[in-house]
Design a protein around this ligand. Structure first.
Ligand code: GTP
Ligand code: MG
Length: 214
């Protein structure tokens, strides 16, 4: 019975995801779904990214959290458009929630939409939002075993941002091992080692994000 209900929920999500994907393609918008554990630094990365690229490209952020508008307020303070979705307890965003939020953005003028998913390395990986690119963030403070313990999030990603690299000298976090484990799951994974606090390594990410795509 449980399997049947889950299948139905995922099938409904797939329909909305397909519609979102069609919309993004038609409007020439690059959509990125950003996934990670709570506190890995997603919003800080997006604050720094917004400031760095806002004069080059038109970007908007959709924020997902269980409660509060705190993250959207942080992005709005950078001068970039942001909309908050509060899931009221659900551990992931759905494609339908994205469909229902798009009208709040001036999509005609947008080049990129980044969706910051609810902080959780498990549930969001099962829900396609219609994105073209999935980015997973892993911060050094979380431990270097996470690719092996939460493989789906890494196997399905296009980009891995290893954040809080400024802290690595204080921690037992083996960057090489993480990169090896991640590439075992996903050989084409693009990997950036960054610190959103100091902006170390972030130019590579900014350039990759804004490079022309067909
Ligand atoms: N040292 C260090 N701290 C960082 C870095 N990036 C983010 N932080 C800190 O980590 C904490 C969490 O950062 P957020 O950006 O709120 O993390 P988040 O992933 O958006 O968190 P949720 O939305 O709750 O899942 C904050 O105190 C940040 O200042 C970094 O590169 N280095
Ligand atoms: Mg956040």
């Amino acid at each position: 019975m449980k399997i049947k209900v889950n299948k139905k929920i995922l099938a409904k999500n797939e329909d909305f995801a397909a519609a979102n994907r069609k919309f993004f393609k038609k409007n020439n918008i690059l959509c990125i779904n950003m996934i990670s554990s709570p506190g890995s630094g997603k919003t800080t990365i997006l604050e720094k990214t917004a400031k760095a690229v806002k004069n080059k490209i038109n970007m908007a952020i959709i924020e997902g959290d269980l409660y509060t508008k705190l993250d959207a307020e942080r992005i709005l303070a950078t001068g970039v458009k942001a909309v908050q979705i509060e899931t009221k307890g659900s551990c992931h965003l759905t494609a339908e929630q994205i469909t229902n939020t798009l009208h709040k953005l001036d999509t005609d003028s947008l080049d990129i939409i980044v969706i910051e998913n609810v902080g959780n390395l498990v549930c969001p990986s099962d829900f396609d939002l219609g994105e073209e690119i999935r980015a997973v963030v892993l911060s050094t403070a979380e431990g270097d075993d996470k690719c092996r313990k939460y493989p789906n999030s890494f196997a399905q990603a296009d980009v891995l941002l290893i954040n809080k690299i400024d802290l690595v000298k204080h921690l037992d976090f083996d960057v090489k091992k993480v990169k090896r484990d991640a590439r075992k799951l996903n050989k084409d994974l693009k990997i950036f080692e960054i610190s959103a606090k100091t902006t170390q390594g972030m130019n590579g990410w900014f350039n990759w994000l804004t490079e022309p795509r067909q």
